[in-house]
Design a protein around this ligand. Sequence first.
Ligand code: NAP
Length: 259
Amino acid sequence: MDLGISGKRALVCASSKGLGRGCAEALAEAGCTLVMNARGSEALESAAADIRAAHGVEVVTVAADIVDPDGRARVLEAAGQVDILVTNAGGPPPGIWSDWDRQDFLDALDGSMLTPIALMQALMPAMISRGWGRVVNITSRSVKSPLLNLGLSNSARAGLTGFVAGTSRQVADKGVIINNLLPGVHDTDRIGQLDRVTSEREGISMEEARRRGEARIPAGRYGRADEFGKMCAFLCSAHAGYIVGQNIVLDGGETFATI
Ligand code: NAP
């Protein structure tokens, strides 16, 4: 299927690895030029080189912390006007309600709610004036069903979800389409870290932690960044103009719900 976005310019935040990289790859495959970002430059440059070689598209890189206002300003300056925005950053650390103080909550809100909102506020006015734009926020299935060891994520991502629920309906008639993608367990560095926490807490091997994790998922496996990226590219496509303010769960069926 031609996604109808060849030549569009996409900013994909936090995209040197994992889910962000999967989105960058799929958008490049669809013919988009890219602005890619991550804090570490080595993995970022390597990912950008791979994508240029595989898809022949222009890729601009900005090594910066997207959560830090100065870093975000550098990314926005390099990005200029973009047609497509994919927001992403590292998730809050695991823990439970009694672990955190006010600063921990503020940090989680900064990374998982206020940063994507700031990016949308910066980039959507130009999308609106051109009459076309796409925003995909990478959130988490914790928005639909709380993850008991990720209370900061449950809390902060709920705030972003509320913002998108209203705002997506205020900009859809201007051609700007906002949706959220909610990953369940995907095979990335982040999940390796969470498996490590489980293995240490339960006194089991990493392999056993993963086996137990996969056994909880009806699809019987962890998800892959490339299949996540293809869904992201579809939501950014010319064909997604009637999908507004949705929270699409990609979790192999792990969240039990009828609708
Ligand atoms: P990952 O494999 O650890 O990759 C994270 C990517 O983001 C890396 O490229 C990292 O590069 C970059 N990054 C992290 N913090 C950044 C920042 N402040 N500024 C700029 N770049 C940053 O993580 P992932 O699994 O793809 O997860 C992505 C998001 O999805 C996270 O918020 C995570 O909580 C959420 N999520 C993931 C899963 C899953 O199963 N993987 C499930 C639910 C939710 P640098 O470190 O060099 O900056």
